[in-house]
Design a protein around this ligand. Sequence first.
Ligand code: SAH
Length: 224
Amino acid sequence: MALRLNPSLLGGTGMTSARTRSRMIDRLRQQGISNREVLAVMEQVPRHLFVDEALQHKAYDDTSLPIGYGQTISQPYIVARMTELALGAGARDKVLEIGTGCGYQATVLAQLFKTVYSIERIGALAQRSRQRLAELGVHNARLRHADGSKGIADAAPFDVILFAAAAPISPEHLITQLAPHGRLIVPVGEDAQELALICQENGVWVETRLEPVRFVPLLGGIAQ
Ligand code: SAH
């Protein structure tokens, strides 16, 4: 599939090579990820370019990794799982991510949705991700430095709102920013977290708890 990023960056050698990426894809399949588009995108997006050089050899392992400021890039499985759930919305016009971090999930979503909005509360991460996405040639992601917990009312409605940080309680107030077919995908809880999916069934918003997960917490306010 044609990617919305600069093809000259898709190389890599040794632990960052196409072969290492393809082993990650085999593992995702074994873990139950079956959506072909998700697998095709993650096979190509150079995940190692989203972490510090010293950690690049671990970029395709089945693990989250530090990205500075006490934050982490999510493990490949959870990025794949949330992206698969996002595609379940059916429409692909606008997705909102809360918690840009290093911009990896946003870059994966940018290959599959027309426009990605992503909000990060830590200024330095927002700034670095903005620069990284520009270098990668990802032009359909709009990054904001703000507290994402209120969503973006003036860009609504979204087909999908996806949280990359765990909300203490279900952020039901954001349903007002979803299209009727829209999906809210959110890790909920503090010590014990579960991935929740909120969408309409027969005209009623319903929340389904899917599986245990482990995310950094959603925090209020912004930081430089
Ligand atoms: N999707 C990211 C994962 C980042 S970890 C990736 O692909 O790397 C979660 C991020 O959420 C952290 O960077 C954290 O600073 C951010 N975050 C936490 N609370 C937030 C809030 N209220 N608004 C915006 N970002 C928030």
